[in-house]
Design a protein around this ligand. Structure first.
Ligand code: ADP
Ligand code: F6P
Length: 460
C-alpha cells in the first residue's frame, strides 16, 4: 500500500490538541492512516538565509513529522505576507484588507521551492502526496520541476472566491496555472468548485472535458468538492470524558439561572465577531426578557498577532464587549464573557454541551468545523440550537441549522431570540438531522473520498 505524505504549512503533533481546522482534521486523518507530515516547524530563525531552512525529523506515534525552519524574512513575506496578507483576505472576499506588496510574491515562490527541495529528499516512489491550503498552491509545480512523478493532490481549506475577486491578485493566472500541476484539486463546497470552473473557463480558456476534468495550459486536472468533516465518534467520546463532564457540570452550576450562548474560534476577521456582538446587543435591546439571563461566552484564540488587521480586530472586539457590559451589565450579571485564549480540546465539548445556542456566524468560511463539533457534543434528548452563517461552507450541508446573514444585525437578533425560544421537539428534530449529516460526511469519509478520487484520477 502507498504511504500517505501530507504537506501543509502548519504541522502539529496529531496526538495533541490544536486550534485551526486544518491541524485538527489532518491530525485525525493521519492518526488513522499513519504516514509522513511535512511542513513548517513553527520556528523562525532570526538572521537566517532566505530560501534556506533546516529539516527536522520527529516521530509522533505512527506519524513522522518532517519540518523545516523559516528565516525571519521568509516568515514575514511568505507567511504573514503573501499567504496571510494577499491570499487569505482575497480568498475570504476581503479585497479591502489585502496588501499587494511586491516583495511578498518572491518569498512565496522561494519558500515553496525550499519545501519542494526538502520534501523531495524524503519521498518514496510510490508515495501519495496530499498538499493542503493556500500557502502551498505552487508546490506540485515545484516538485514536478525537480522530477517528482508521484500522484499529487491539493485541497483548499478556505473558500475560492468568484473570478472577478480572484482576478484582483496580480499573480492570479500564475496561481491557477500552478493548480494544473496537481492530479486532483479539492474544494470545500460546490460554490467553490463552481468558482473554479467559471474562472478557468473564462480566464484561461479551459476546456470542460466532463466529470470535472478541465484542460488548460497544456495540462488536465480533475476538480471536486470534498467537504471536510470531524471524527464524530471521537468527539462524542471526548464529550463523555472526565474533563468535558467536569467543564459541563461546573458551567451548569455557575450559570444555572442563565441561558448560555457560545462562540468559539480563532480571532480572525473572517469569523464575523464584531457583527455577532452587535447582534447580541440588538437582542438585549429589542427583547428585554433576555436581560439578566442571556449570557454570551465568546472564546477567541490568538491568531496571527503580528499583523495589524488582527490587532485592530482585537481592539474592536474588546471595546465592543466592554461597551455591552457597561451598558447592560448588572452587579450580578455580565452579558458578555470574553476570553482571548484557547480552551483545552478535552474540555471544549463540555462547553458546547452546556450552551443553549452556538453562534457560528462567519462572514465567509471555507467550512467551519466548530459548527460540526457543536452538533456532535449535544445531548440528543435536550440539544442546543446551531445558528450558522449562510456564508460558511458548512451551510451547504447543515440546512437544518438556523441559517443567518451575519451582516443583518436585526435579523440575527430575531434569530437568536427564536433559537432561545425554540421548543424541545423542534430542537430534537433539527439536531437529529444535523447529526446524521455530520456522520455521513465525517473526517474519515473526507480522507477516503479524496484519496480514492486521487488514486483514480486520469493523469495528463
Ligand atoms: P479555522 O480553520 O478557520 O480556524 P474551523 O472552525 O474550521 O476554523 O476549525 C477550528 C478548529 O480549531 C476547531 O477544531 C476548533 O475546536 C478549534 N478551535 C478554534 N478556536 C479554539 C479555541 N479558542 N480553543 C480551542 N480550540 C479552538
Ligand atoms: O483552516 C484554515 C487555516 O488557515 C489553516 O490553513 C491554518 O493552519 C489555520 O487556519 C490556522 O491559521 P495559522 O496556521 O495561520 O495559525
Amino acid at each position: 500500500m502507498s504511504r500517505l505524505v501530507v504537506v501543509s504549512n502548519r504541522v502539529a503533533d496529531p496526538r495533541k490538541a490544536a486550534a485551526g481546522g486544518l491541524a485538527v482534521a489532518l491530525g485525525d486523518a493521519l492518526n488513522t492512516a499513519g504516514g509522513l507530515w511535512f511542513g513548517w516547524s513553527g520556528t523562525v530563525i532570526a538572521g537566517g538565509t532566505p530560501g534556506e531552512g533546516e529539516l527536522h525529523l520527529q516521530k509522533a506515534g505512527t506519524v513522522t513529522l518532517a519540518t523545516v525552519d523559516l528565516c525571519a524574512e521568509d516568515h514575514a513575506d511568505y507567511y504573514l505576507g503573501y499567504s496571510n496578507s494577499v491570499l487569505w483576505p482575497v480568498f475570504h472576499y476581503r479585497l479591502d484588507l489585502a496588501r499587494f506588496d511586491a516583495g511578498y510574491f518572491g518569498a512565496y515562490r522561494r519558500v515553496n521551492r525550499l519545501f519542494a527541495r526538502q520534501l523531495l529528499t524524503r519521498l518514496l516512489p510510490d508515495d501519495i502526496i496530499w498538499v493542503h491550503d493556500y500557502h502551498l498552491i505552487p508546490l506540485a509545480d515545484e516538485l514536478r520541476a525537480l522530477g517528482a512523478t508521484q500522484r499529487i493532490g491539493f485541497f483548499l481549506h478556505v473558500p475560492l472566491p468568484p473570478q472577478q475577486l480572484l482576478a484582483a491578485i496580480p499573480q492570479h493566472e500564475w496561481l491557477m496555472h500552478a493548480l494544473f500541476a496537481y492530479d486532483l484539486v479539492g474544494f470545500q463546497s460546490e460554490a467553490d468548485l463552481q468558482n473554479f470552473s467559471r474562472y478557468v473557463q473564462a480566464e484561461a480558456g479551459a476546456e470542460d472535458l466532463g466529470d470535472n476534468y478541465y484542460k488548460a495550459f497544456g495540462r488536465t486536472v480533475q476538480a471536486g468538492a470534498f467537504p471536510i468533516g470531524i471524527d464524530v465518534d471521537e468527539f462524542a467520546a471526548l464529550t463523555h470524558g472526565k474533563d468535558a463532564r467536569e467543564m459541563y457540570e461546573r458551567m451548569k452550576d455557575e450559570y444555572s439561572r442563565r441561558q448560555l450562548l457560545l462562540g468559539v474560534e480563532r480571532l480572525d476577521y473572517s469569523k464575523g465577531l464584531p457583527q455577532r456582538l452587535r447582534a447580541f446587543k440588538a437582542l438585549l435591546k429589542k427583547y428585554p426578557d433576555n436581560l439578566r439571563s442571556a449570557t454570551l461566552i465568546q472564546i477567541a484564540s490568538p491568531s496571527r498577532e503580528a499583523m495589524d488587521t488582527y490587532t485592530d480586530l482585537l481592539q474592536e472586539l474588546e471595546s465592543l464587549c466592554g461597551a455591552i457590559n457597561g451598558d447592560f451589565g448588572e452587579l450580578d450579571w455580565m452579558p458578555v464573557r470574553y476570553m482571548h485564549r484557547n480552551v483545552a480540546r478535552k474540555r471544549l465539548p463540555g462547553l458546547y454541551r452546556v450552551a443553549r445556542v452556538a453562534l457560528v456566524t462567519p462572514l465567509r468560511d471555507g467550512m467551519n468545523l466548530v459548527a460540526k463539533e457543536f452538533i456532535a457534543a449535544q445531548d440528543p434528548a435536550d440539544p442546543g440550537v446551531l445558528m450558522l452563517s449562510r456564508f460558511a461552507g458548512a451551510a451547504e450541508q447543515l440546512k437544518d441549522a438556523l441559517l443567518v446573514n451575519p451582516y443583518d444585525t436585526d435579523g440575527m437578533a430575531d434569530t437568536i431570540q427564536r433559537a432561545l425560544q425554540m421548543p424541545l421537539q423542534e430542537r430534537q428534530a433539527r439536531h437529529q438531522t444535523l447529526l446524521k449529516n455530520i456522520r455521513e460526511q465525517d473526517v474519515h469519509w473526507w480522507r477516503m473520498t479524496f484519496l480514492k478520487a486521487l488514486g483514480a484520477a486520469a493523469r495528463g
